[in-house]
Design a binder for this molecule. Structure first.
Ligand SMILES: *Cc1c(COP(=O)(O)O)cnc(C)c1O
Length: 463
């Protein structure tokens, strides 16, 4: 049988015009932005692949649900509708909304970590790790080694290495561990999933020592889709069922609703632990607001409740993840170097192999992101030596193994023709790669420098 095209499971009701710029306009814009794509105005961007956080297109059902937002200060109807959606979809007993994911991480870390305790995580996410450390916790990486090899085709690079957990318990004892922070579709590893078999093994291990799992469930639906596609016994099982099965193995979760949940702002904390929920309700009032709105408007709660129902529709999540795979396929067929396998939300170009003539001090990934913008108005993000920052003791750059450019696909926003434009631009740059010159940093903020650092072009030097 011939395979048939599977199109997006929606049609477009409202459009937002895109502005195509000239090469001269883009040259001016990138110079003004100091060759840093974070400093471009979105008005000057044609296709924006900076992030998939909060950049989702909402559905007609979400927009209309917002009209019935109950803006009562306490006990709003909208909260109870959201709570019911969470119970049905994630399955936890208690839920506390927050304005973003990091606010839920803040509450969790403050309540659950005693200073000096370890928090094992499968790799890390920037804000999650920052809140753990602010609460006096110690990050312990328990991800499998394959996660750190961009050329390994291992399908479960988000897996936890249980031997690494055992080693930690043997060294410090279970009482020195606050909880396990397990993240589906690990962002910093390229959006790589764990398998259900691995999660079950981790949960059984944690049970033996009485250690709870608190998921960073921000990308749990994308992970559930990979389980459906790749893991034995899950073909044809609805993603909604797989998600519930994953969540049942944990005590609770924190979520950034700006990703899977299909809204532009929001997050939440959910748990089956009564004492934890009670403490979180005490603390949320100090930072976010009443536990029935947590820093969000009633209409935001409505959009979130509806977004949760839509995110587990099999046709939707298939189209979302397969669009990322489509871009990855176009690039890999043309031989463009990238991280494999392609993850759930982004394609990562390998700038070291793309621009082998540039030393790491000439910022290959920063250079490539700027060159891509110059060529086609596509905005991507650097994940390399600039993002890694400096070692404050020695004063030298941290030199990460990987120099990557992240092409992150927003949900329901672009069509595959836009993906073709992105692919063609990357391919053409790759064909002319030796003409791309490196950069020199001329302004460097002290912390999180990648957001605001400024650069100038290096002149081509004869060597
Ligand atoms: C985005 C994200 C967060 C932080 O959430 P915000 O809503 O940006 O505060 C935490 N963990 C993961 C895995 C994320 O992707």
């Amino acid at each position: 049988m011939r395979t048939r095209t599977v199109a997006e499971p929606y049609k477009i009701k409202m459009v937002e015009p895109l502005r195509m710029t000239t090469r001269e306009e883009r040259e001016r814009a990138i110079r003004e932005a100091g060759f840093n794509t974070f400093l471009l105005r979105s008005e000057d961007v044609y296709i924006d692949l900076l992030t998939d956080s909060g950049t989702t297109a909402m559905s007609d059902a979400q927009w209309s649900a917002m009209m019935r937002g109950d803006e009562a200060y306490a006990g709003a109807r909208s909260f109870y509708r959201l709570e019911a959606a969470q119970k049905e979809i994630y399955g936890f007993k208690h839920m506390i909304p927050t304005h973003q994911g990091r606010a839920a991480e803040h509450l969790t870390s403050q309540i659950r970590i005693k200073p000096g305790q370890y928090v094992p995580m499968n790799m890390y996410f920037t804000t999650t790790r920052a809140h753990v450390e602010r609460a006096g916790g110690i990050f312990y990486d328990c991800i499998v080694d394959e996660a750190k090899d961009p050329w390994s085709d291992f399908p479960w690079k988000g897996n936890v290495d249980v031997a690494k957990l055992q080693k930690l318990v043997d060294q410090v004892g279970p009482e020195s561990i606050a909880y396990l922070s397990i993240s589906p579709c690990v962002n910093m590893a390229g959006g790589q999933p764990f398998s259900m078999a691995n999660l079950r093994e981790v949960a059984a291990w944690a049970d033996r020592y009485g250690l709870p799992i608190i998921f960073d469930a921000t990308r749990a639906v994308e992970n559930a889709y990979f389980i459906q596609q790749r893991e034995e016994g899950y073909a044809g099982v609805p993603v909604a069922r797989i998600l519930r099965e994953m969540m049942r193995l944990g005590e609770g979760c924190t979520v950034s609703s700006k990703k899977d949940n299909l809204v532009n702002i929001g997050g939440f904390l959910a748990t089956n632990n009564d004492a934890f929920a009670l403490k979180a309700k005490e603390l949320v009032v100090v930072f976010e607001g009443m536990p029935t709105y947590g820093g969000l408007a009633g209409r935001d709660l409505e959009a979130l409740a509806q977004g949760m129902r839509e995110m587990v529709e099999d046709a939707y999540i298939a189209s979302r993840v397969e669009q990322v795979a489509y871009l990855g396929r176009r690039l890999s067929e043309a031989g463009v170097p990238m991280v494999r396998p392609v993850g759930g939300h982004a394609v990562f170009l390998d700038a070291k192999r793309f621009l082998p003539h540039l030393a790491q001090d000439q910022f290959p990934a920063q250079t490539l992101a700027a060159a891509l913008y110059l060529d086609s108005g596509v905005r991507a993000m650097e994940r390399g030596i600039v993002s890694a920052g400096r070692n404050h003791k020695t004063g030298d750059h941290h030199r990460p193994e990987l120099e990557l450019v992240r092409l992150t696909i927003p949900r329901r926003v672009y069509t595959n023709l836009h993906m073709d434009v992105v692919a063609e631009s990357c391919i053409e740059l790759f064909e002319h790669r030796e003409t791309i010159k490196g950069l020199r940093m001329v302004y460097e903020p002290e912390s999180l420098r990648f957001f605001q650092a400024r650069f100038e072009e290096l002149e081509a030097v004869a060597c």
